[in-house]
Design a protein around this ligand. Structure first.
Ligand code: PLP
Length: 224
């Protein structure tokens, strides 16, 4: 694809996001984070050149390599993967814009310790395992609200801003929708939460219609 063709292609993806958000309301704003885990630094730079600023990775090492390689560009980096305790310092060295996947109280405490030592504040989302899948990380829906308030109380250097969820792994649209509704319901009842991160390439329009205001788009943004 030429740069011009890629721009037309991305305009079409953005139009799909627009159409979905307008079905919610004129005032419902949705942010697109381009997930670059299957893409090279050159591909990220191409997408940057047609206007994308927010990118995300799911491995600390990859985030570090790409952020360093592209440090000349004013990019915003998100970390959307599950964080191992021994990688916390590496993540904090990159100072990401948002960590989407805080998935246990234990990790919250460890993160708090490291943040305090570095005198840093990090914006974080709580990951919800809304369809209660064995294969997925995150808090069970019934535990999420309590965990959120506990972390707020016990971890002053973690700035909780909302929730993140991955749609149910299913071909049945109703089951996926149900998982998004579960996450949105939790989000709506959290004090001061402003970010509901849900929706990927295969289900972002549905996620937006269920209230998502941040979509994480990988394959569709990089045309893979
Ligand atoms: C890979 C990934 C995405 C993007 O997936 P696509 O289906 O390629 O859009 C979004 N969120 C997380 C947590 C991911 O790991």
């Amino acid at each position: 694809m030429t740069q011009e063709e890629y721009k037309i292609y991305i305009d079409n993806v953005i139009r799909r996001v627009e159409t979905a958000r307008l079905r919610v309301s004129d005032y419902h704003i949705v942010k697109v984070v381009a997930i670059s885990k299957y893409s090279t630094s050159d591909e990220i730079a191409k997408l940057y050149n047609i206007g994308q600023r927010a990118f995300g990775e799911n491995k600390v090492q990859d985030l570090k390599l790409k952020a360093e390689k592209l440090e000349e560009l004013p990019l915003e980096w998100h970390f959307v993967g599950n964080l191992q305790k021994n990688k916390i310092n590496n993540l904090l060295d990159i100072n990401p814009t948002l960590f989407h996947a805080l998935d246990s109280i234990d990790l919250a405490h460890e993160l708090q310790k490291k943040l305090e030592a570095k005198d840093m504040i990090l914006d974080v989302l709580l990951q919800i395992n809304s369809a209660k899948e064995e294969s997925k990380h995150g808090f069970m829906p019934e535990d999420a609200a309590y965990a959120y308030s506990q972390i707020k109380k016990e971890c002053p250097n973690i700035n909780l801003k909302g929730v993140m969820s991955i749609g149910a792994h299913s071909d049945n649209r109703d089951i996926i929708k149900k998982s998004f509704e579960t996450t949105y319901e939790i989000y709506k009842n959290l004090d001061g939460a402003t970010i509901c991160s849900m929706g990927m390439s295969g289900d972002f329009e549905l996620a937006i219609e269920c209230g998502s205001n941040m979509v994480r788009l990988g394959s569709v943004m990089f045309n893979k």
